[in-house]
Design a protein around this ligand. Structure first.
Ligand code: EPU
Length: 408
């Protein structure tokens, strides 16, 4: 267990770098299981979820070497073992074992897949995709001696189910067409990596066509993390000062920029540096929806910003119940009301206090609220925040924050 001690109320100045995207890195790591060879992946974030994913793939016999932000993965000698349930239950991306293990080994244990617990997180669409390609449920396992290409029609955009369908089809016999797929930038990042491994995958709008191939090792650079970038930009507005985010995936962030503009801020992108400045704040309404909509993972991050400025409202079409984090924000003075699936955030006197991080993004929202209020705050269960934000203490201290992360 970790806690973050925050001495808040300081402006944040300078440049902060944005690392590789968690939600792009994780499917690519699991996709290596499909390949037979050595892959080189650069800009791999060093975050909790990635460390766990690497442990999971090492257990099948993968040789993983890390040099700075470059990771080499050798998957020439893999065999199936039942994954460690503790690892599997600590990250959501362990669901990608279903597609990757069925493809490589023809079997996968259905384990208690984990991740942030902000809502029920079903896997019915993942299982349906497996069954379409010829897999069968067998007690607590799913098995498929052969996978054959098929037509898959998703009736909602699911990142995880789209990833698994791609992993299943990439080396199945014949052609697969997936309709209704998610189109987040990390889906294209996965496709680019698999194509570098010899796959034949094309995405056009919400349709992905795949011809199964034998895959060798590949090369890729993990795209920048738009959620980390959006978090730092929001933090800069919240704390004041002159903060610039480096290495942001600017082209993926239109909906985030639009939210900053509607809040009354200006967004400046110059020579790869991104900054936002408040001009005249206005109440903000956010409706989170699948890409290219405003990301659900940033709605908790915008809540303290709304509370500090003019208030606003949030609905989340992806996870309609993703508002548990508001209880933790109450400990820091943020006032809100939840009416069905619509959260109203009121203009609030944010103050220091003690609270617990409820999940990754909700925890970051608590840290942000603590950073913008004078006095000492303590954020407990802080390890969940480190699952998705790299070198958090060093990065924030380098721009003038006073935080310390301690083991408890
Ligand atoms: N859904 C189903 N059935 C399924 C799968 C999904 O009904 O079989 C529903 C979900 O209940 C939800 C919607 O589809 O209402 C979308 O869920 P999705 O499958 O897209 O989410 P996910 O793949 O489990 C990933 C990210 C989340 C992010 C969501 C949405 C990873 C490892 N996780 O989850 O990231 O919120 O997509 O963009 O990529 C985070 O980083 O903090 C995080 C939670």
């Amino acid at each position: 267990m970790k806690k973050i001690i925050v001495c808040g109320g300081r402006p944040l100045n300078g440049k902060i770098s944005v690392g590789g995207s968690k939600n792009a890195a994780l499917p690519i790591l699991f996709a290596c299981i499909l390949t037979n060879g050595i892959s080189k992946i650069v800009n791999m974030p060093d975050i909790g979820d990635v460390r766990v994913a690497i442990e999971i793939i090492r257990a099948f016999g993968a040789k993983v070497d890390r040099f700075g932000d470059t990771v080499y993965i050798d998957t020439r000698n893999l065999s199936y073992v039942r994954p460690n349930p503790e690892h599997v239950s600590s990250i959501r991306a362990s669901t990608y074992l279903i597609g990757s293990c069925l493809s490589r080994f023809g079997e996968c244990d259905i384990l208690p897949f984990g991740g942030c617990n902000f809502s029920l997180r079903p896997i019915d669409m993942h299982i349906d995709a497996c069954i379409s390609l010829g897999a069968q449920l067998d007690g607590e396992k799913i098995v498929a001696p052969r996978l054959r290409g098929a037509e898959i029609n998703f009736n909602k955009a699911s990142v995880g189910a789209t990833v698994n369908a791609i992993l299943l089809a990439a080396s199945a016999e014949g052609q697969t067409v997936i309709d209704g797929c998610a189109i987040e930038p990390h889906i294209d990042a996965l496709i680019d990596f698999l194509n570098s491994c010899g796959a034949q995958i094309v995405r056009e709008c919400r349709r992905i066509s795949i011809v199964g191939k034998r895959l060798h090792g590949g090369n890729t650079r993990i795209i920048g993390d738009m959620i980390e970038a959006g978090s730092y930009l929001a933090l800069g507005l919240l704390c004041g000062g002159d903060l610039k985010a480096l290495d942001s995936p600017i082209e993926d962030m239109h909906s985030v920029f639009d939210a900053f503009l509607r809040l009354g801020a200006s967004v400046v992108a110059e020579a790869g540096e991104l900054s936002v400045k408040m001009i005249r704040s206005k109440p903000l309404f956010i409706s989170a929806s699948p890409y290219p909509g405003f990301p659900t993972d940033l709605q908790p991050i915008f809540a303290p910003l709304m509370a500090k400025k003019c208030g606003g409202e949030i609905i989340d079409e992806v996870w309609p119940e993703r508002f548990g984090y508001l209880h933790s924000l109450s400990d820091l003075g943020i006032r809100w009301n939840l009416n069905g699936n619509r959260a109203t955030i009121y203009f609030s006197e944010i103050h220091c206090g003690k609270t617990a991080a409820p999940d990754l993004r909700g925890g970051m929202a608590c840290l942000m609220a603590a950073l913008c209020s004078s006095g000492q705050s303590e954020i407990y269960s802080a390890e969940v925040i480190l699952r998705g934000y790299e070198n958090l203490e060093q990065k924030l201290c380098a721009i003038g924050a006073d935080i310390k992360i301690e083991d408890i």
